[in-house]
Write a protein that binds this ligand. Structure first.
Ligand code: SF4
Length: 623
């Protein structure tokens, strides 16, 4: 029998004085939707704490879209922090939604955002705390349909046994279609399996239980998925794509949190997709084609959103905002309209050229704290391998421009362990940074306080990218290369920080494995793993024990290079970019040949446009 819907706030209220940050659990924030009239209730969950999940723009877009539909009501839930989870489990209190404090298990649809691989054990914790049967195939007729989506849904196989369905691609229209399908199916008295078969017929919807995993000599050891005989499920699930972003509501986020959250500002998505073609970047491949919103839509949307929410900062969000053909018009107009009201405009990433610095200076306040650039690799050869089309001259010009504009600090992002990387490429990283410091001293004087910090992450190969066949660096090699860079850095104005190599290894393992990866995730969760993205919670020995239990070696899995012709665990899903294109790009990478951006030149044949019947939507001139 379905868990009844009822307000259970009275059960967590007495706990609020006993936990850290009780405002994480308070409902009725300014701008949140009230429960809507109608028979269908959905709960969208970000499986991390409130302050991390609340600003997520993807979830906000879906929340808004579903609530705007007549007859559908959508709420949110976040995973409580460990102190609250402990108290809730002691008292048998299940996970509750935020808006109406209803048990999550009482909803018709539960949607889980997969923002990155390290959220895996939190997904198990979320469903377990909610009291929802963990395995989709064992769920009762009356239990909610558990649906996943988000950037890491592209290789969801290690979590797939928990999901009734997985949404691939743009979610705003797709989630509404799925909700209607479930509502109508239930109204007609269809069984759960009949509804799942109907869901599998919708664009961009993958139903894992309708697929078998086959391991044979054409596959990697993790196998590949094929539709079960007679299921009617497609061999390859193509993503859902909104062809024209301007046909969707640009304002997705009015909610004003009670507490400080990780991105405490109003956000508008100004464009979706990026065609620069960085070969390591999953978002660059899976969000294609590029779709810009016109300035005439962005500017009023920002004004309206700020008016409704009262935020004093607005972020123009996308994968590459400064690539928007009307970026300057948008930024200058907003700056003119908003600066007198003390409202800041921010751009999440800077392009590595003078235009990027110009836009950053334009939006930056008088504080001029620092600028961030991502050259990603230390030598031109390796930047060509990864198709990061920037040169050392671009970086130095951008740095000089930034110092001239009053910036004194710079943060540079790099990766280590990229395919074909040699020591000389790595030694180029501190050398580049010291060049930037030198430029800063030339511009600001020899005694000026210039500083550069380097953030060096371990490269993790991701599915549906040209580097999906690559292996990751072994831990000992990561450490050797980190030491190599540290010893090569001599200037005291240079600071190097490394991302944790153990979490990166787990990320790599989960990016590579197929459906049998679920045994590993479950074994790790049973050993207490959760909040793996939090350094103080991450428990590598527990992951090692879990790996031993399921008979795998973590390094062996993450470092394995796949054969270019092998059938991969995620080949039954497609963002529209063809596998042939990815193989071509891999070969070009090995020759250090670059591929141009199709929004500034001709089509490079990635396949998205013909496969999905869409095209790049560029409102102005990018060239
Ligand atoms: S099909 Fe061509 S034009 Fe379309 S996104 Fe791919 S490379 Fe660009």
């Amino acid at each position: 029998m379905r868990t009844p819907r009822k307000d259970c706030f009275h059960r967590i209220e007495p706990l609020l004085g006993k936990v850290e940050k009780p405002s994480r659990y308070l409902n009725h924030e300014w701008g949140a939707w009230e429960e809507q009239e109608g028979p269908f209730h959905a709960c969208l969950i970000y499986p991390d704490v409130y302050e991390v999940g609340q600003p997520n723009l993807g979830l906000s877009i879906l929340y808004e879209e579903l609530n705007e539909q007549e007859g559908f009501s959508c709420e949110r839930a976040y995973l409580p922090w460990v102190d609250m989870i402990g108290l809730m489990r002691e008292r048998n209190i299940p996970l509750l939604s935020l808006e109406t404090s209803s048990p999550v298990a009482s909803f018709d649809l539960v949607g889980i955002t997969l923002a990155h691989e390290l959220v895996c054990t939190n997904v198990v914790e979320t469903l377990d705390l909610a009291g929802i049967t963990l395995l989709a195939e064992e769920r009762d007729e009356d239990e909610p349909f558990v649906v996943a989506g988000g950037p890491s849904a592209w290789n969801c196989e290690p979590l797939a046994p928990m999901f009734d369905a997985v949404q691939l691609g743009d979610g705003e229209r797709s989630l509404v279609a799925m909700s209607r399908c479930i509502r109508d199916g239930r109204a007609k008295g269809l069984s759960r399996s009949q509804i799942l078969e109907r869901l599998a017929g919708l664009a961009g919807v993958y139903v894992p239980s309708l697929y078998d995993v086959v391991v044979d000599k054409t596959s990697t050891r993790w196998g590949y998925a094929v539709p079960k005989k007679g299921s009617g499920a497609p061999e390859v699930v193509l993503k859902h794509c909104v062809p024209d972003l301007s046909s969707t509501n640009p304002v997705a986020q009015h909610i004003v949190p009670y507490m400080g959250v990780v991105q405490d500002r109003f956000a508008v998505e100004v464009l979706r997709g990026c065609a620069r073609g960085c070969r390591f970047c999953q978002a660059g491949m899976t969000y294609r084609p590029v779709r810009e919103r016109p300035a005439s839509q962005v500017i009023p949307a920002v004004e309206e959103g700020l008016e409704a929410s009262g935020f004093d900062e607005c972020s123009l969000t996308s994968l590459s905002t400064t690539d928007h053909s009307e970026c300057e018009l948008i930024v200058r107009t907003l700056k003119g309209k908003l600066s007198e009201r003390g409202v800041r405009v921010s751009i999440p990433s800077q392009r590595l050229d003078s235009f990027g610095v110009e836009m950053a200076s334009l939006v930056g306040s008088s504080r001029k704290t620092g600028l961030t650039f991502a050259p990603e690799a230390g030598s031109q050869r390796l930047r060509d391998v990864i198709n990061k089309n920037v040169t050392e001259d671009d970086l130095m010009r951008a740095a000089r421009n930034a110092f001239r504009n009053g910036y004194r600090r710079m943060k540079l992002y790099f990766m280590m362990g990229l395919p074909t990387e040699q020591d000389e490429d790595l030694l180029g990283i501190p050398r580049l940074a010291e060049q930037v410091i030198k430029v800063g001293r030339e511009e600001l004087g020899p005694r000026a306080k210039v500083s550069v910090s380097l953030s060096v992450a371990v490269f993790v190969p991701k599915c549906h990218t040209p580097f999906q066949w690559a292996g990751q660096l072994p831990l000992a090699e990561v450490q050797r290369r980190q030491q190599l860079m540290l010893h090569a850095a001599s200037d005291r104005a240079l600071r190097i920080t490394y991302h944790g190599s153990w979490p990166s290894l787990i990320e790599g393992v989960l990016s590579k494995m197929g459906r049998s990866g679920f045994d590993l995730v479950l074994a790790a969760w049973k050993r207490g793993c959760r909040f793996d993205a939090w350094a103080d919670q991450f428990d590598f020995p527990a992951w090692q024990e879990a790996a031993a239990e399921v008979g795998i070696d973590l390094e062996d899995v993450a470092c394995e290079q796949f054969d270019l012709q092998a059938r991969l665990p995620w080949d039954h899903t497609s963002p529209g970019v063809s596998k042939g294109y990815l193989q071509r790009e891999w070969r070009r990478a090995m020759q250090a040949e670059v591929t141009h951006d199709c929004t500034m030149d001709t089509c490079t044949g990635c396949g998205v446009c013909p496969n999905l019947g869409v095209a790049n939507v560029v409102v102005g001139d990018r060239t």
